[in-house]
Design a protein around this ligand. Structure first.
Ligand code: BES
Ligand code: MN
Ligand code: MN
Length: 457
């Protein structure tokens, strides 16, 4: 056993219990009721960063939740890795679907169950512990900076300003993020792209008040009926999005690229079984893996209006609303897509209703280079600890700040995640495998080692 593995073996119980302490803090950024907890998570991390040996640790205020910063500069002439993560988590509702309370972490079948276990507390904490190991063993081969934010799950609204105002402090050679996943524990992979996002909320307003559905039904436009019709019309019979110009800038992959992609292991039957699906579904002409990575989509994320309480109430609601997200791929622009959506959605509404479209956060898609020194270093690190060369995989999720880092700091990102699709992030019973947590801690120092070594030559 080498020294890193030995250190992990000797300290793994403490690593896990520290993570559990972090997971106990309900740092839900979306809900102001948790404000104090979100701030407590930032405190906790700043203290742990300091204990691990970081200098200039600071809780940097923003207009929203603070950014935890820390660094270790061993030699200004050596390369610098800028680690990014987020300490905020998604809301835990619906609570009743959790087998154990979301903020009272439990270990079951070698997995830690808690909101944020994988996304992203478990994954960001791997970096703190990997840093601790490198510091303790005098092995840190280059400089490192940590930037851990508290608003990722609500659109990273204040990170852009922070980055713009701190360009010098954040100067680095590469960004390193663990907030994605691998294909399986025996099939390591490195995420080579993320989708972008346009998120909108729509409201359809009909009559000025709720109406008796017998006295008025059939004679006035029912906003819920209309909204459903409008939403249904956003896809055609091939499950393609009907918004004019939606696909205009979509980069089509070459046949070779698609063939290469199809080599990544994927079993449709297993996929169906895991989600209890009667059948797969999606845009005609594309595989499941393509549908959730290289193709843009439009999905309703929530829809409401009218009476949803116990029993029956005969009413035509005055309003109906929906939240809709569109996942974007290179070279779609979130601003353009939001605009096209707004124009189209307003244009398809009958005169009998009024429609309002409110844009929420957006983010640009990215493809990260797989020929860079940093990617190669990550690849070698995975190969070292998993015993297999990782495959590059484009993910369907979004981390909007990755494109922003490229624009603002000119830096590419290495997406070195260790989660699994089955970890149920954003869902009840989110969990993170202890294997994955410890493997991440073991793999990260190798990334630093190879990255520093390969940057020299
Ligand atoms: N870590 C996820 C994104 C992710 C997960 C990417 C798994 C790839 C694989 C991140 O925290 C997230 O949830 N992002 C949001 C977007 C954000 C603007 C709310 C998403 O993808 O919905
Ligand atoms: Mn995340
Ligand atoms: Mn998330």
């Amino acid at each position: 056993m080498n020294s890193t593995a030995a250190y992990i073996e000797a300290n793994k119980n403490r690593f896990i219990s520290e993570l559990i302490d972090l997971l106990r803090i309900p740092s839900v950024s979306a809900d102001p009721a948790f404000r104090g907890d979100v701030l407590r998570a930032a405190d906790f991390l700043s203290q742990k960063l300091r204990e691990a040996g970081a200098d200039k640790v600071e809780i940097c205020p923003t207009a929203g939740y603070p950014i935890v910063y820390g660094e270790k500069i061993i030699d200004p002439d050596l390369p610098t890795v800028l680690m990014y993560g987020h300490y905020d988590v998604q809301p835990a509702d619906p609570y009743e679907l959790w087998n154990s309370p979301p903020f009272e972490p439990v270990i079951k079948d070698d997995k830690i169950y808690a909101r944020g276990a994988c996304d992203d507390k478990g994954q960001l904490y791997m970096h703190l512990k990997a840093f601790e190991i490198m510091m303790q063993q005098n092995q840190l081969p280059c400089n490192v900076k940590f930037m851990i934010e508290g608003e990722e799950e609500v659109g990273s609204n204040n990170l852009n300003t922070f980055v713009q105002q701190n360009k010098e402090r954040l100067r680095a050679d590469v960004i390193l993020i663990s907030d994605t996943g691998i294909i399986a524990n025996d099939i390591p992979s490195i995420t080579s792209g993320l989708r972008g996002m346009s998120y909108v909320e729509v409201e359809v307003v009909g009559p000025s008040r709720d109406l008796h559905s017998g006295l008025y039904g059939g004679a006035v436009a029912n906003p819920i009926n209309i909204l459903c019709k409008m939403i249904a019309s956003l896809h055609d019979e091939n499950n393609r999005v009907t918004i004019p110009g939606f696909y205009d800038n979509v980069q089509e992959l070459t046949t070779e690229e698609r063939t290469e992609m199809a080599k990544a292991p994927f079993d449709v039957e297993e996929y169906k079984a895991a989600l209890n699906l009667g059948d797969i579904y999606g845009e005609v002409g594309y595989s499941t893996m393509e549908r959730n990575s290289i193709r843009p989509t439009l999905d309703v994320n929530g829809i409401w209006g009218g009476y949803t309480g116990e029993g029956a109430k005969t009413v035509i609601a005055s309003k109906a609303s929906a939240k809709i997200s569109m996942r974007l791929v290179p070279n779609q622009s979130s601003e353009e897509i939001t605009e096209k959506f707004q124009k189209h959605f307003t244009s398809i509404a009958p005169k009998s209703v009024k429609v309002a479209v409110k844009p929420h956060h957006g983010g640009e898609p990215v493809v990260t280079p797989t020929n860079s020194v940093a990617y190669q270093a990550a690849s070698k690190a995975f190969e070292q600890t998993f015993g297999k060369k990782p495959v590059p995989v484009r993910s369907g999720g979004s981390i909007p700040i990755v494109a922003m880092f490229k624009t603002e700091l000119g830096l590419d990102t290495v997406l070195m995640g260790f989660g699994l699709d089955s970890d149920a992030i954003h869902s009840p019973n989110e969990h993170f495998g202890i294997f994955n947590f410890l493997k991440g801690i073991e793999t990260i120092p190798y990334f630093y080692k190879y990255y520093a070594a390969m940057s020299k030559g």
